[in-house]
Design a protein around this ligand. Structure first.
Ligand code: SAH
Length: 367
């Protein structure tokens, strides 16, 4: 959306959320960024060759696997973009080839860079087609020499014929294999395969809005569903009685448990599993919660989750959504289940793209 002035982008997102949520509640004014550039702390680059057989790296053209070469991007972290360019030039000097999806020959598939904006820690993930890495130590040494800000390098092995970026085997080549960042005053470890919000400036605003909506007290039992590395749950734990987090990704759950220890938070527990199944089991065990904070992926929540939520009858539900379409779809079920949406707060987490984040507070009608 970069061809559209930023103020107009915000108006477009505002009216989209208003149109979708009109049947449910009022929509507050969207919170935009003061400086909506270079906000992405994560850069993912696909590697390949062009017609002149030169190595290129960048993003896939929409609905295809042809690579659009990118050297720098106005929404990405500048230092991360520079590391990708360095890796591209190192490939030729080390005679390493990008992976070719058709012939399944070649070595490097993707590079993923993640930076902790508050700590400066930088992680480089090299996604390779096979484990054998000719010239590995010299490659690592040359990369660190060119970018001393790199704190860890991980090799992720993805030998499958798949459009998934990351495979499930990892080798730490340098440093501790994860980075740390600070959000809302708490420290978080982030592993290569764990989810982490890509715009930390707006994430702090989003989390504050979500916690404010939850109106927590010391006697509240809170569920943080789709909790990732435990960010929202741990911030909630500072003003709640007990917090339980549930998350499908095992690496993220491990990070979450470690993060609770790191911050000396002892009133939070994390479970690995499908959020719907977990809620189902809690509801049928007669376990209760006063507040459910949920932050599902773009595809939204599941019917199973929403039905068990309604059966559990928490007073307040805070829905954090990165897709207003699936949010509106899920709100229909919650409305039928006796919940009334109070207000929605859009936050612009992704300037210059069509995406928009929204927090909705719902309360049980008879609460
Ligand atoms: N609240 C976190 C993570 C939000 S992203 C944060 O703000 O950082 C959504 C998370 O849901 C991801 O970590 C993803 O791994 C997880 N997830 C996806 N499907 C799930 C499911 N069925 N059950 C539980 N967690 C799921």
């Amino acid at each position: 959306m970069m061809h559209i002035p930023y103020e107009t982008q915000l108006k477009i997102k505002q009216s989209r959320v208003e149109r979708l949520l009109r049947p449910f509640c009022r929509v507050e004014k969207i919170i935009g960024m003061d400086n909506p550039y270079h906000y992405r702390n994560k850069v993912s680059a696909a590697f390949g060759v062009n017609r002149r057989r030169e190595i290129i790296s960048g993003v896939y053209q929409s609905s295809s696997h042809s690579i659009v070469s990118v050297d720098d991007c106005l929404i990405e972290d500048k230092a991360a973009d520079k590391i990708v360019v360095t890796i591209r030039s190192l490939l030729s000097s080390f005679r390493l080839l990008p992976y070719n999806e058709d012939s399944q020959m070649g070595f490097l598939r993707h590079v993923l860079i993640r930076r902790g904006f508050a700590t400066g820690q930088t992680m480089v993930v090299l996604v390779t087609a096979r484990e054998m890495f000719p010239g590995k130590s010299n490659f690592v040494r040359a990369l660190i020499a060119a970018h001393p800000e790199i704190t860890t390098i991980v090799q992720n092995i993805n030998g499958e014929r798949t459009s998934m970026v990351l495979g499930d085997r990892e080798k730490v080549l340098y440093g501790r294999g994860k980075i740390e960042d600070i959000l809302c005053g708490l420290r978080f470890n982030i592993s290569p395969r764990s989810f982490y919000q890509i715009n930390p400036v707006q994430t702090e605003i989003l989390y504050k809005k979500a916690i404010e909506a939850a109106r927590l007290t010391r006697s509240d039992r809170v569920i943080d569903a789709y909790c990732g590395i435990g960010t929202i749950g741990m911030i909630a734990a500072e003003s709640a009685g007990q917090v339980v987090g549930v998350e499908l990704n095992g690496d993220a759950v491990r990070d979450a448990r470690e993060n609770a220890r790191l911050n000396f938070i002892d009133n939070v527990r994390f479970y690995k599993g499908d959020a719907g199944l977990f809620m189902d089991e809690m509801a049928s065990n007669g376990d209760r919660a006063d507040v459910v904070i949920m932050d599902p992926p773009r595809s939204g929540s599941s019917e199973r989750f929403l039905r068990s939520l309604v059966n559990m009858r928490p007073d307040r539900v805070v829905y954090v959504s990165c897709n207003p379409e699936t949010l509106a779809r899920d709100l229909v079920l919650l409305k039928k289940g006796g919940y009334r949406a109070q207000y929605a707060q859009p936050v612009d987490m992704f300037p210059h793209t069509e995406h928009v984040e929204t927090v909705v507070l719902m309360m049980r009608k008879d609460a």
